[in-house]
Design a protein around this ligand. Structure first.
Ligand code: FAD
Ligand code: NAD
Length: 474
């Protein structure tokens, strides 16, 4: 039975745990899927590599508003696809080669494994592995509802949709979350006829209501959006196409013919396939492993020494920058068991890379108002991109910055941006929340470049009606 000083399940964020500290120490890296995990192979990176050219392809429509006639000649889907995966597959392969062939101290097990105890595992081929320390970095996977037609070749999840041959003419996107919004933007931008269908009336649940509503309005300008319909089945039309069939809340039926159906109906942590019970690991109701602030897995409410978890299997954010941060904490704790450090989830931002883009951090207005000691201590500001000089240059009609702050302290409680470069514009607000910089200091202390688009953030900060001390920057 091979014994290791460290065993890691998952080669996504888990791969980064093998620092030089482990040189000369025996490490097992176990992954039953493609080396490098979700973000690299089927997640953040390839999706954004499609988002960018889709934005270019959508440019003629926007340029016309500004008096520039552009024509889109052709979108070379297969060329875009092959360029993207030519780069990604090579990175995955070289990472695999490095771990499998070039590091003498690391054994790569390319198969699924389950726990038989807190620090013992069995792989599908029957190899029994024990380790002094163990990390669960097993990620999450796409789930689709149990309805007829999910096995048809035209039905995809985010795992497979980016590799299809040829740009599909008619695309149905099922769902209203991040993945649905991003792929609807990509396919619509590249020229497919997209219909997005969501079960509930509201898209992007969990986002600030003003932002979600404005996104829905903007989306409906770019593709067909239907809400209040749940997927019932996908039917094979027998001619290479399918029909996605939906049931309405009021009982009506919606039938949408398509060449491709993307199921973007959520992701679940891979903890149900880990043998977590055999190991005695505590699971939360949402299936995530229960961990303490040092990211040690809990058993009966108590941390198991030397057993850590991170990423989508251990936090509800399902974001790569959170998994990366957790990996840094776990890497430290594995190497310094006598000086454990805690994870800090202050001001975790996220972005939806659709068209338009959304970025947010902190509380929504609803959350802030329901949580404040007094509702009157919450102030908000809504600043349109179109109210700033750069917004005039862009003739922008939909971008907006929404800020939520505490009146008495000037503390920023939440920031939500919809529009061009939202994922970049939000960063000073993330910093302010993290460093607890009052909004009047952030607005009036540092200089803001004129007439950059970032002025929309400065103006939103200035518009917040917070109490400003007499000696505040002018
Ligand atoms: C389409 C899409 C777009 C995304 N875009 C973004 C984005 O723009 N920004 C962002 O921050 N996040 C994004 N995410 C989320 C991000 O990809 C994840 O949060 C992140 O990759 C999680 O990393 P991880 O290390 O926890 O898991 P993963 O990278 O999924 O790694 C887990 C690995 O464990 C393996 N594994 C699981 N169970 C076992 C087992 N029992 N035995 C052996 N191996 C096992 C799996 O094969 C997998 O390779 C996106 C996700 C998707 C699907
Ligand atoms: N840019 C990013 O950071 C990014 C991009 C993509 C994914 N992600 C991460 O991946 C996670 C998963 O993304 P997602 O979009 O799949 O999940 P999600 O939870 O955001 O959205 C799932 C959607 O599917 C709908 N749905 C669920 N079951 C359904 C059913 N039976 N019929 C019809 N609709 C149904 C839900 O109403 C919801 O709108 C996200 O939580 C996010 O953190 C992040």
């Amino acid at each position: 039975m091979p014994h290791y000083e460290l065993a890691i399940i998952g080669s996504g964020s888990g791969n980064s745990l093998i620092t030089p500290y482990w040189d000369g120490k025996r490490v097992a890296l176990i992954d039953g899927g493609v080396f490098g995990g979700t973000c690299l192979n089927v997640g953040c990176i390839p999706t954004k590599m499609f988002v960018y050219p889709a934005g270019l392809a959508a440019a003629p429509a926007e340029a016309r508003r500004l008096g520039v006639d552009l024509n889109l000649d052709k979108v070379h889907w297969n060329g875009i696809r092959d360029r993207i995966f030519g780069r990604i597959d090579a990175i995955s392969a070289s990472g695999r080669r490095y771990r499998a062939d070039e590091l003498d101290n690391v054994d790569l097990y390319e198969e699924h494994a389950r726990f038989t105890g807190p620090r013992s595992l069995r792989t599908d081929s029957g190899v029994e592995i024990t380790a002094d320390q163990v990390v669960v970095a097993a990620g999450s996977r796409a789930v689709v509802p149990d309805v007829e037609g999910m096995d048809l070749p035209q039905v995809h999840t985010s795992d497979t949709v980016m590799r299809v041959d040829g740009l599909p003419r008619r695309v149905v996107v099922v769902g209203g979350g991040y993945i649905a919004a991003e792929f609807a933007g990509v396919f619509a931008g590249l020229g497919s006829d997209v219909t997005q269908v969501n079960r509930s009336e509201r898209l992007l649940r969990g986002h600030d209501a003003d932002i979600a509503e404005r996104f829905a309005a903007a989306a409906a300008e770019r593709w067909t959006l239907r809400t209040g319909f749940a997927i019932q089945s996908v039917e094979d039309n027998g001619d290479g196409s399918v029909t996605a069939v939906f049931t309405g809340r009021g009982g009506g039926q919606l039938r949408v013919p398509a060449d491709l159906v993307l199921m973007a109906t959520g992701r679940v942590p891979n903890t149900d396939r880990l043998g977590a019970e055999a190991a005695g690991f505590d699971l939360r109701d949402d299936g995530i492993l229960a961990v303490d602030s040092r990211l040690r897995v809990l058993s009966g409410g108590e941390p198991l020494p030397g057993v850590y978890a991170l990423g989508d299997a251990a936090n509800p954010y399902q974001l790569k920058h959170v998994a990366n941060r957790e990996a840094r904490v776990v890497a430290h704790n594995l190497e310094h068991p006598d000086r454990l450090r805690s994870i800090d989830y202050t001001a975790v931002p996220s972005a939806v890379f659709s068209n338009p883009q959304i970025a947010s951090v902190g509380l929504t207005e609803e959350e802030a108002r329901s949580g404040a000691a007094s509702g009157s201590d919450v102030v908000t500001a809504l600043q349109e991109y179109g109210s700033t000089a750069y917004g005039w240059a862009m003739e922008d009609q939909e971008g907006v910055v929404k800020l939520i702050a505490e009146r008495s302290t000037g503390r920023l409680l939440g920031a939500h941006i919809l529009g061009h470069e939202a994922s970049n514009l939000i960063q000073p607000l993330v910093q302010a929340m993290y460093q607890e910089t009052p909004v009047h200091v952030l607005a009036r202390g540092p200089y803001w470049i004129h007439p950059a688009l970032m002025e929309v953030v400065e103006n939103a900060l200035l518009a917040l009606d917070t109490d400003v001390p007499a000696d505040a920057p002018l």
